[in-house]
Design a protein around this ligand. Structure first.
Ligand code: FCB
Length: 470
């Protein structure tokens, strides 16, 4: 009798397990297309579609030596290893501060008509409340040069870097500090509102929070899950406050303001394994779900039993976007390792085409992300998408597949208005330094010479064809 009950219980439990895994698999499919059976050239984009390239101040300008990253680059980890791969520093970067004229020319030579850039907050506001006239004028000059060249700007207010004084007062760890960011945004808007229509508040809040406070790969180098979610809550609050403050200013109605959301999907390494599902869904909840839900419902909520509990009402969040920016690169596979620290690990999928970053080529995921973000019911700009490929032997494949996926998402109803390739040229890739080559143009850090890569033509050809149909 005892044996019988035990067997019956085991049978019920295993059926439940199987049913749960089947449910999760059906609810969160990991789409894969048979590329050999697809006509990749069958792509089309709406009239007036915006084609552009993206970059960010610290990665290209040079002379950003007064911010959270410049300090980080000069530090070592407690075990003595440098913070940045091989001890590299951003330094003069691509010298874009001085060569912006030439670079805008390079943008026009690609045939694209928009440039997503970020100004350096630390140069503009070197001390709290004191703005630097020369830096303000510099970005006026940059914007004027863009206008003359027929390139429209998209400006990102916060792209991973901020002044040291802001970092020293606790940065986005403290809700009270948000007022400083709002003042910065107001000042920039007052200055440049006649020259810029598209404004992004914050670049990739989840990447910024996770890399800085969970993985310890970005400044301030902490590893604390609860703090990660608190910083995320503050970043969402900052986004909403900037949106509301700018909209209330003269000209605010004409500005189109968005947040840049990076989506990486977290797929279970073993789709039959419940523990892998738990890990993958947990990561998705913190990294993607909490933010998207906050933008829909006006409530930020992250809960991971025993690790994280953050809840905040943000009633303005559900009306804080004129568009949403999507950055998409790839997905990750997660494997559980219960009882170990950490309780998860990232694994590569055999057979995937890898890029130089830990990002496999996965264009189907771009389609998934676009369909998911379209649920917000807003115009979408792809604010970043691109590939690190020093050998330039995967760039064309990447571009063709991802643009196909975007075209298919548009067919499926995603209201995509524009696409910005990351990046115009090779630049300082944060913790990886100059080793990651994302550029359509290569950039030699020694000579600063820029050269169009062969693989970039996959992009310029699509842009050209799409503009001819306009
Ligand atoms: C994104 C960042 C961008 C660049 C790309 C490769 O997460 O926003 O600055 O580093 O990754």
């Amino acid at each position: 009798m005892g044996w019988f009950l035990l067997l019956a219980a085991a049978a019920i439990l295993s059926s439940l397990y199987v049913a749960l895994v089947a449910f999760l698999s059906a609810r969160y499919p990991e789409t894969h297309w048979d590329w050999s059976a697809l006509d990749w050239d069958d792509i089309a984009f709406p009239d007036g579609f915006v084609w552009g390239v993206a970059a960010a101040a610290h990665q290209v300008e040079g002379g950003c030596d007064n911010n959270n990253w410049s300090r980080w680059e000069n530090q070592t980890a407690p075990d003595g290893t440098p913070r940045i791969s091989r001890g590299q520093k951003a330094g003069r970067a691509c010298d874009h501060w001085n060569r912006y004229g030439e670079d805008i020319q390079l943008i026009t030579e690609l045939g694209v008509t928009s440039y997503r850039f970020s100004p350096a907050w630390s140069k503009l506001e070197p001390e709290p409340g004191r703005f630097d006239d020369d830096a303000i004028k510099h970005y006026h000059d940059v914007l004027d040069a863009m206008k003359q060249a027929g390139v429209t700007p998209m400006l990102t207010l916060h792209h991973f870097t901020h002044p040291l004084w802001f970092e020293d007062m606790g940065g986005f760890e403290k809700e009270d500090n948000i007022a400083h960011f709002v003042r910065f945004a107001e000042r920039l808007f007052a200055e440049y509102r006649d020259k810029i229509e598209l404004w992004c508040t914050i670049n990739e809040p989840a990447v910024f929070a996770a890399a800085g406070w969970f993985q310890g790969r970005f400044p301030p180098g902490k590893e604390n899950a609860q703090l990660t979610a608190e910083v995320l809550a503050n970043l969402m609050t900052a986004h909403v406050r900037v949106y509301e403050a700018v909209k209330a200013m003269p000209g605010g109605d004409n500005a189109r303001i968005g947040l840049v959301k990076n989506i990486f999907q977290f797929d279970p390494s073993r789709r039959y394994h419940l523990a892998d599902w738990v890990v993958a869904r947990t990561f998705d909840h913190v990294f993607n779900g909490a933010i998207l839900a906050c933008l829909k419902t006006g409530r930020f909520r992250v809960r991971v039993p025993g690790q994280i509990a953050v809840e905040r009402d943000l009633p303005g969040a559900s009306a804080s976007l004129d568009f949403v920016g999507l950055n998409y690169y790839s997905h990750f596979h997660l494997r559980s390792q219960l009882g170990r620290d950490p309780w998860f690990r990232f694994v590569e999928r055999p057979g995937d085409i890898q890029t130089d970053m830990d990002y496999a080529i996965y264009a189907e995921g771009f389609h998934r992300a676009l369909v998911q973000i379209a649920e917000l019911g807003l115009p979408i700009y792809v604010t970043e998408n691109g590939v690190a490929d020093a050998r330039d032997d995967r760039r064309a494949l990447y571009i063709r597949r991802y643009l196909y996926a975007m075209s298919r998402a548009i067919d499926d109803g995603a209201d995509v208005r524009g696409y910005y390739y990351w990046s115009l040229m090779d630049n300082f890739e944060w913790a990886e330094g100059y080793d990651m080559k994302f550029g359509l143009y290569s950039m030699d850090p020694a000579t600063l010479e820029r050269k169009l890569r062969d693989g970039a033509r996959a992009y310029t050809m699509v842009v050209q064809a799409s503009r001819e149909l306009d």
